[in-house]
Design a protein around this ligand. Structure first.
Ligand SMILES: O=C(O)CCC(=O)C(=O)O
Ligand SMILES: [Fe+2]
Length: 300
């Protein structure tokens, strides 16, 4: 056990967003193995070490630890070996029931749960998400989680950026908070969401904005809407707020889409990059299923 007392005095000038020294490693014992949860210095997100994603199925304790870590940190980065599509799907299902996508060129036949993003059109969808967004914000019940698994890593470029939506809301100037609380955004398909969205499970407010796909803000003129979106876009990118993920092959990254937004960075098509994404259905998040399991148990 580290002696907490020995750190006294070191902390007084610390960056308030940095994790406290004594929080650096939360160690959870699971079936004789040790999972390490290491908060990242961005102030959100954690790296998880010593978890075998291909063998999560028979380890409910590890599954619960990962679910709890996602709710706490909003973003999990889990390094490991490249998984088969079956194992990627099984590991994703720890977080809920998955969305499915229609067959398309470059997608993996027989695995509709995997949405493949790639630098080349022959291997997946290209040019995806180069602006701050949460996946599935255009759905009436938005996609609660996105999970990515990197299969092929480019030599340069192709990082993914993440920013904390709860902190983005908390850190807005008071005047702006008063101006935007209660506003509603629309997408082109007329789906409407509150701009300040309470997290469906924790109830914590976050700034929920798809910078690329928002069509209008109800009751606002077009120019004012564009200005507000540009201001909030800059706020999401403000100094110190962004975690830049530099991918390694085999990385498995899980995002709570109500807690963090993400954004792809440019990449040359000369570079090969293949990123396999799964997404949890709006009505299928683990916290929903846990609720209905409890209801079923009570009904028996
Ligand atoms: O390519 C990336 O880094 C992320 C693209 C994206 O927005 C997504 O896969 O949902
Ligand atoms: Fe995305």
């Amino acid at each position: 056990m580290p002696d907490e007392g020995q750190d006294k005095g070191v902390d007084c000038n610390r960056d308030p967003r940095a994790p406290r020294r004594q929080d650096m490693r939360l160690i959870i014992l699971t079936k004789g193995s040790i999972m390490n949860i290491i908060p990242m210095s961005a102030g959100f997100g954690a790296r998880i070490h010593n978890v075998d994603l291909a063998r999560l199925g028979d380890n409910p304790e590890a599954q619960q630890a990962l679910q709890a870590a996602l709710l706490e940190y909003g973003l999990l980065v889990i390094p490991g070996p490249v998984l088969s599509p079956q194992d990627q799907i099984a590991a994703s299902e720890v977080f809920g029931e998955l969305e499915e996508f229609p067959p398309a060129p470059g997608q993996i036949p027989g695995y509709p749960q995997i949405f493949r993003v790639a630098s080349r059109a022959t291997e997946g969808y290209t040019g995806v998400g180069r602006y701050w967004h949460s996946d599935g914000s255009f759905r009436a019940v938005p996609t609660p989680m996105s999970l990515w698994h990197l299969e092929a890593r480019p030599d340069v470029g192709g990082d993914t950026l993440f920013t904390d939506l709860h902190e983005a809301w908390r850190s807005l100037p008071e005047e702006m908070r008063a101006q935007i609380k209660g506003l509603q955004t629309t997408h082109r398909n007329h789906v409407v969401h509150p701009l300040v969205m309470p997290h469906p499970h924790t109830g914590v407010d976050g700034l929920y904005l798809n910078v690329g796909l928002t069509n209008s803000i109800i009751g606002m003129e077009r120019d004012a809407t564009e200005q507000l979106i540009a201001t909030l876009d800059r706020h999401l990118s403000r100094e110190g707020a962004v975690y830049r993920h530099q991918w390694k092959e085999g990385d498995f990254v899980v995002a709570d889409n109500f807690r963090v937004a993400h954004r792809a960075t440019p990449l040359s098509p000369l570079q090969r990059r293949v990123l396999n994404r799964t997404t949890v259905r709006g009505d299928g998040a683990f916290w929903e299923t846990a609720k209905s399991d409890r209801a079923d148990a009570l009904a028996v």
